[in-house]
Design a binder for this molecule. Structure first.
Ligand SMILES: C[S@@+](CC[C@H](N)C(=O)[O-])C[C@H]1O[C@@H](n2cnc3c(N)ncnc32)[C@H](O)[C@@H]1O
Ligand code: SF4
Length: 391
């Protein structure tokens, strides 16, 4: 089992560090990410010291790695001062070797104030930005609780294009009342501004959000199944025609423009999670540890200051858990999963009868290089395909 993760040719050079910034200026009504609004100023120096401590403590457990990707996610990391970002990058570089071509991504909200700081982030070492544009219609942006207009968002995209080598932005579709024709026009406008990568998420109603309350009260009418399917198909067709086919269920890129950090998750490689509510997967002594830190920012700070880390979960995954996770993550990718790697992780073969049935229905296909992947018609029913193979 020890060597399972080394069977992949690129696994030894693949180690990611995720850093979570848990604050936002306001809470969007659809969002259940670990993000909090604070009216008092955030003591960034104190957070920086805590990040430094937690990075050091994590590195004691996983020495000798070469960091291939760093990702500042949130919340809204573009509310951090560039000097705080620089401080975190220095801490990481003091603990691990950072590959010269490491991808260093930051999520940013596309307001003009944040775009003004982009050059500072670039100077700190960030080389890729991912902007939450969400929609290109001001009425919809207001309904989504966003603090920017479509114009402001496109201006931020413009600054990102000038400042960073690589940029991406997110849109949310399958919104209340959205029709395929309107979405096609919005998507085409967006793609005209896209670089090598775009993320297109179908609106999910997350429990305990204001959108969930509205939905339960019948005040938020989501597209029905046929419309949702038509929106999805429109998305795939337009993006593929523009040279940005899906490489993951919600992510599209030109060849080579994929988000390397997220590929670490989807390919079940190793990553450290730093900051409040961050998850990690660490390979220690042949075992895979699933880690998670305390979510509440102030509690996390207290834990790090008193015990050197904010970990509240550190579980060794069973073989079954590892193999289920491998399927769940890997089948989101259009490249699919390497069947031999699955067998090495799980210690068993995929059920031939189930595979045969999925093949027969055209939901999966096999490739000459030993991969099993979900087909275009299979993606809308991905959850069922995964459940079937994992059973
Ligand atoms: C951590 S969040 C966003 C980063 C940044 N704070 C922002 O909002 O611009 C990452 C992305 O998840 C997507 N997202 C969040 N909640 C969602 C939901 N309920 N349904 C679909 N997409 C969602 C949004 O597109 C968002 O940009
Ligand atoms: S969508 Fe982004 S800005 Fe809105 S609450 Fe979530 S993390 Fe914050």
């Amino acid at each position: 089992m020890n060597d399972v993760l080394n069977e992949d040719s690129d696994s030894e050079q693949t180690f990611g560090v995720y850093v979570h910034w848990p604050f936002c200026l306001s809470k969007c009504p659809y969002c259940d990410f670990n993000s909090h609004v604070r009216h008092a100023a955030i003591d960034e120096q104190r957070f920086l010291r805590a990040f430094h401590t937690e990075i050091g403590k994590t590195a004691e457990r996983v020495r000798g790695r070469t960091v291939s990707s760093i990702f500042f996610g949130g919340g809204t990391p573009s509310l951090m001062q560039p000097s705080t970002i620089a401080g975190v990058l220095n801490s990481i570089a003091r603990q691990w070797r950072v590959a010269p071509d490491a991808e260093i991504t930051m999520e940013a909200n596309p307001t003009s104030v944040e775009a003004e700081r982009f050059r500072g982030y670039r100077a700190a070492g960030v080389n890729r930005v991912s902007l939450g544009v969400q929609a290109l219609d001001d009425r919809v942006l207001a309904e989504l609780g966003r603090l920017h207009t479509a114009r402001e968002a496109l201006e931020a995209v413009d600054v990102a294009r000038q400042v960073f080598g690589r940029y991406s932005f997110d849109l949310i579709y399958a919104r209340p009342g959205q029709q395929p024709k309107e979405w096609a026009a919005e998507l085409r406008t967006a793609l005209a501004e896209a670089g090598e990568h775009i993320s297109l998420y179908q609106l999910t109603i997350e429990p305990e959000t204001p959108f969930a309350t509205l939905h339960a009260a019948g005040k938020l009418r989501l597209p029905d199944e046929d419309t949702a399917r038509a929106l999805y198909d429109t998305t795939q067709e337009i993006c593929a025609a523009q040279g940005l086919p899906a490489y993951e269920i919600s992510n599209h890129a030109r060849l080579g423009g994929e988000c390397r950090h997220n590929l670490i998750y989807w390919r079940s490689h190793e990553y450290a999670g730093i900051g409040p509510g961050a998850h990690g997967r660490l390979d220690i002594g042949g075992e895979r540890h699933a880690t998670a830190t305390e979510k509440r920012p102030e509690t996390w700070l207290g834990l790090v200051e008193s015990q050197g880390h904010g970990l509240i979960t550190d579980e060794v995954l069973t073989r079954e858990e590892r193999s289920d996770e491998f399927l769940l993550m890997g089948l989101r990718l259009t490249e699919g999963i390497n069947v031999a790697r699955y067998e090495a992780i799980s210690g068993r073969k995929l059920d031939p009868a189930r595979v045969a049935m999925l093949l027969e229905h055209g939901l999966v296909e096999t490739t000459a290089d030993g991969c099993l992947r979900v087909t275009l018609p299979g993606f809308p029913v991905l959850d069922a395909v995964v459940a079937d193979l994992a059973a």
